[in-house]
Design a protein around this ligand. Sequence first.
Ligand code: SF4
Length: 266
Amino acid sequence: MARKTISRKTSDSARTGSTRKAPSGARKQESVLPGSRRPAPSKAANAKLRPWSAVEVKEAFERFQKANPQPQGELKHINPFTLLVAVVLSAQATDAGVNKATPALFAVADTPQKMVALGEERLIGFIKTIGLFRTKAKNVIALSKRLVEQHGGGVPHDRAALEALPGVGRKTANVVLNIAFGEPTIAVDTHIFRVGNRTGLAQGSTPLEVETKLETAVPDEYKLHAHHWLILHGRYVCKAPKPECWRCLIRDLCRWPDKNLNPVAR
Ligand code: SF4
């Protein structure tokens, strides 16, 4: 497929190397981002890469949309409550690991009332393969009780109410608002944090800084799915240790100076 080329120049002079310093600024259980193990930013977070123009940002998202018109999240869930639980369980764990545990759990507890009735010890039996399962079990039971007591057993369509739930921070609230309620939020996980910094699309030293820059840069028409496109791009193409630049849709737009253009170098 022929695609438009904006510019193949990159800020190659901005040599950045890589580090594994985690960003600060997350909260509660989300002190390390959910849906991830550790953010793996690079010195690009501190390097000044040439900013993207509005035309380039639009071009990048046009390509993402063309390649994947309806991107989906990868955490298995069957309703807003099970989505919320799955995201809470995904903190410092992989989606694949959470997806192995949750179908059996959600078969018996797909509402806050059923989760409270299940109880912490039996919940642990379902999620003990997931890291930090004891803390997460406490949070899931506590948030389920809160949903029953304060929200009639529903998941609130409200950021402040979501972030007030045990184990829920800004990133989890953004995922729920986006997937369950169709809000154009951008939940910055480890992949988006890395892609934002590495490409120069949205550089920041904290997830909130990256989120704020993406909010400003991404055209409204692409905001609903921007979160999924960027996560999937980071997970499967712009990978942490070795980005697969040779097959990257936005290679000509990306500012990363150390592009990996050789498939054999995997
Ligand atoms: S895969 Fe390579 S070219 Fe593509 S966004 Fe990542 S670093 Fe840039």
